[in-house]
Write a protein that binds this ligand. Structure first.
Ligand SMILES: [Zn+2]
Length: 337
């Protein structure tokens, strides 16, 4: 970074971070303040300023879009649908708005982490492959030129899926004892552990589960530690591979830490993601809901190109036969709410 460029770069770098942080997913009692948190802005300023000083596009890394939940009460099936499409459009739109402030622009590398822990969720490797390929096609179809996908398959080309996971863990995972110690300390690690345990419990409470609730709870608590262990390994590897990128997360994060928690959609549940839910259109806006909740609320399934795509809450006769493609404006309004 040169001294000459610094006076111009600073306000623009702050504008870039204000744009990103206006969609921040915060941890309750995480320490953030104000509509756009000034402490988070200054914490990430150096990374953004570094990219801008060298004239590079600003790169963000987002571990996300792993695979659909295996529970049919939450999602429409194993492939991405309108819930993912809306989130991709939102992320691409965010990069477009950054380009208005800083013309070299920004890119988000979606580090799809399904392969990292699908075995723990009981999701087949083929389903992860199908999801990743469909997401790539979706990125191309909607013209999301600022988004790219990166997976564990690209790190260990040609290796078997089990071997990939073993290599990742061997090189980068903390021990379970270390994680338990962190969670016992409370705060953000405990919130993360509870959130993941809740997801596991929902994901594995499928109609074919025949055991007791308490046995499932025990299993999910154990699995949650292993999911966090693998996610942490994936995060460490990404830090090594992309040291200059700004790290985004789909999980709420404490103030001024290494990752920025991001909202991908308007949802009353801060932990709900497109791959744990369905898109529901209501009053011209979209939100995310678990599939069973949408159906219980009377929403009707809508198809796009012959495939189940989203739910619509509109009264009868308002155009369900030919659902309009999602409008970015309405989604962005929703995402900002
Ligand atoms: Zn903050």
């Amino acid at each position: 970074m040169s001294d000459v460029a610094a006076p111009d770069i600073d306000p623009a770098a702050v504008d870039v971070l204000r744009e990103v942080l206006s969609h921040q997913r915060r941890l309750r009692d995480g320490g953030c303040a104000g509509e756009v948190c000034p402490r988070c802005v200054s914490h990430h300023l150096e990374a953004v300023r570094g990219a801008m000083a060298s004239g590079r596009r600003i790169e963000f890394v987002l571990p996300a879009f792993p695979t659909k939940s295996p529970n049919p009460a939450k999602v429409l099936g194993p492939l991405p649908d309108l819930a993912e499409e809306l989130a991709l459009r939102f992320l691409n739109g965010l990069c477009e708005r950054i380009a208005e402030v800083y013309p070299p622009g920004a890119a988000i590398l979606i580090c799809s982490d399904g392969r990292v822990f699908n075995d723990l969720l009981g999701v087949a490797d083929e389903d992860v492959t199908g999801y990743v390929r469909a997401l790539d096609r979706m990125i191309t179809r909607i013209g999301a030129t600022h988004l790219e996908q990166f997976t564990l398959d690209e790190v260990h080309r040609g290796a078997g899926h089990e071997d990939m996971r073993a290599m990742l863990s061997a090189g980068h995972a903390p021990t379970l004892e270390e994680l338990r110690e962190e969670v016992r300390g409370g705060g953000a690690p405990l919130a993360m552990y509870r959130g993941i345990t809740r997801f596991m419990l929902e994901d594995l409470s499928t109609p074919d589960y025949t055991g007791t609730r308490s046995a499932l709870q025990r299993r999910c608590r154990e699995l949650a530690y292993r999911v966090i262990q693998r996610s942490r390994a994936w995060g460490h590897l990404l830090d090594e591979l992309f040291p200059d990128a700004v790290r985004l997360s789909i999980h709420p994060q404490p103030c001024a830490t290494d990752k920025i928690g991001m909202l991908l959609a308007d949802t009353p549940d801060a932990w709900l993601t497109p791959w744990h839910s369905v898109a529901v259109r209501s009053g011209g806006r979209f939100t995310l809901m678990k599939r069973a909740d949408a159906e219980q609320a009377g929403a009707r399934l809508a198809y796009v190109a012959g495939r189940p795509s989203f739910y619509a809450m509109e009264p009868a006769g308002t155009g369900l036969a030919t659902p309009a493609p999602a409008r970015r404006e309405s989604f962005e309004d929703a995402a900002c709410a």
